[in-house]
Design a protein around this ligand. Structure first.
Ligand code: HEM
Length: 484
């Protein structure tokens, strides 16, 4: 008999019976000597890994990035050099607050995490579909996320906690306004933009740097879902976005995005009208226009969700020569958080899994650890410095040096205008868009238990734009004047 298609145990031995466990007598109790049964039950018990603490629900796809404009003047990152060059990539889209099985069509930012398998190793851009974020210092992130998750007593979502935190954190106003606008519920994952959000530093071959921000613009056009329809879909087909992405790619309707960057000369960061590293602000495109870099196309679905999507590990610290970080206080915290989460969630050798492994050689002196499933460096030299020709550093790939100054302290950003950009956003909207924005906020704030939280939050909307605040106050039946 051919052994090609025979059922085996996980140690490769043929299985005699996969439908009936061994029993003592045909009608007697089950025997512990049925090791195939024991193995099957035990492995089943271990099928879950911890879900991501945020961004747990996601959908992924493979694709490629093609350079359309050579920006080697600004960066030596090979992925962005040479018109026509293609680099394979993997993307994972996600919602933020919901659990692994939660509904896709909820009001939430969407994660937009791209892993480029470049010639110089992997490069991850781990962004969102919004150009800004709710907070601007990593130290506030665990508290912020607690308010987005379930209440520890009721195990329900808690709007009082959400608005309490936001009303005490006025830097959130810009992102809250985007979230509550039509863009808070994208029609599909294909119909939204993506942003790197933070400021990064590009460095060229001469070691010259510039601050940059990434913008992925959807070629499908931006489309959003009507609130009532979104709620209906959330009940009827909670995996609506996941299904849409999979089906589009399966049908050959490959979604695509153009990648642009804004480029700011390093010295401008000292004189710009606000701190350009503050992730609650956008840079004016009049000051720093979008420059095209290339095109991202998604053309292949994963073969196996767990292996490729659940086990994918993205980190803003997964960088390549030509891209460095900025002093953005959120980005700095993220440089710790992601790899730490990966070691906990997937394991110390998560980087060696096929979806995470670079398509270039990995040569270092790290050895062993749980689930070391490659050859673990074989017999090669396992320490440095050594006399046996082991891999050596390449000083030209050090991050570009930069000057630091000042006094070490727990300091806030100097600039505290949380209102101008949120107000500008409101003023840019059409009358219908403003009405929907105000209605979304009013409906979200109605269940807040304490009047003082509503009043504190309305003050922020009033400061952004008197009409914006007044309409929300009116919708909530609160009579209020701007406190200056
Ligand atoms: C996922 C932490 C801010 C975008 C995660 C995960 C952690 C985390 C621990 C789960 C990682 C994993 O298990 O693989 C933080 C911290 C932040 C922060 C501490 C602030 C200091 C942000 C910001 C953005 C963002 C500002 C976007 C601009 C994402 C995305 C994912 C994610 C897209 C999902 C990645 C994936 O698809 O695997 N974050 N985050 N996060 N975060 Fe953040």
């Amino acid at each position: 008999m051919s052994t090609n298609n025979r059922l085996t145990t996980s140690w490769g031995a043929p299985v005699g019976d996969n439908q009936n466990s061994q029993t003592a007598g045909h009608r007697g109790p089950t025997l512990i000597q049925d090791v195939h049964l024991l193995e099957k039950l035990a492995h089943f018990n271990r099928e879950r890994v911890p879900e991501r603490v945020v961004h747990a629900k996601g959908a992924g796809a493979h694709g490629y990035f093609e350079v359309t404009q050579d920006l080697s003047k600004y960066t030596k990152a090979k992925v962005f050099n040479g018109v026509g060059k293609r680099t394979p990539l993997f993307i994972r889209f996600s919602t933020v607050a919901g659990e692994l099985g939660s509904a896709d069509t909820v009001r939430d930012p969407r994660g937009f995490a791209v892993k480029f398998y470049t010639e110089d190793g992997n490069y991850d851009i781990v962004g969102n579909n919004t150009p800004v974020f709710f907070i601007r210092d990593a130290i506030k992130f665990p508290d912020f996320i607690h308010t987005q998750k379930r209440d520890p007593k009721t195990h329900l979502k808690n709007p009082t906690a959400v608005w309490d935190f936001w009303s005490h954190s006025p830097e959130s106003l810009h992102q809250v306004s985007i979230l509550m606008s039509d863009r808070g519920i994208p029609a599909t994952l294909r119909h939204m933009h993506g942003f790197g959000s933070h400021t990064f530093k590009w460095v060229n071959e001469q070691g010259e740097g510039a601050w940059i921000k990434y913008h992925f613009k959807t070629e499908q056009g931006v489309k959003n879902l009507d609130v009532d329809l979104a709620a209906q879909i959330a009940g009827e087909n909670p995996d609506y976005h996941t299904e849409d992405l999979f089906n589009a790619i399966e049908a050959g309707d490959f979604p695509a995005w153009k990648l642009y960057v804004q480029i700011m000369p390093l010295e401008d960061a000292n004189t710009y009208r606000f701190d350009p590293f503050d992730v609650t602000k956008v840079w004016s495109q009049k000051d720093y226009p979008l420059m095209e870099v290339g095109r991202m196309v998604l053309d292949r679905n994963p073969e196996n969700y767990f292996a490729e999507v659940e086990q994918a590990t993205f980190s803003p610290g997964t960088l390549v020569p030509g891209v460095d970080v900025s002093p953005d206080k959120m980005l700095q915290g993220r440089l710790f958080a992601y790899s730490d989460a990966h070691r906990y969630r997937v394991g110390a050798n998560h980087n060696a899994l096929p979806i995470n492994r670079p398509k270039t050689e990995v040569n270092n002196y790290q050895r062993d650890g749980q689930m070391r499933f490659d050859n673990n460096g074989g017999g090669s030299v396992y320490y440095e410095p050594n006399s046996f020709g082991g891999p050596t550093e390449t000083p030209e790939n050090k991050p570009a040096p930069f000057a630091v100054s000042g006094v070490a302290d727990s300091a806030a950003y100097d600039h505290n205008d949380h209102y101008t950009q949120a107000g500008d956003l409101y003023r840019l909207l059409s009358e219908e868009e403003r009405t929907r924005l105000v209605n979304n906020i009013v409906n979200a704030m109605k269940p807040v238990a304490l009047e003082e939280i509503k009043i504190r939050q309305i003050q922020h909307f009033l400061k952004a734009d008197p009409e914006y605040g007044a309409r929300i106050a009116q919708g909530l039946g609160i009579s209020i004047e701007l406190n200056v």
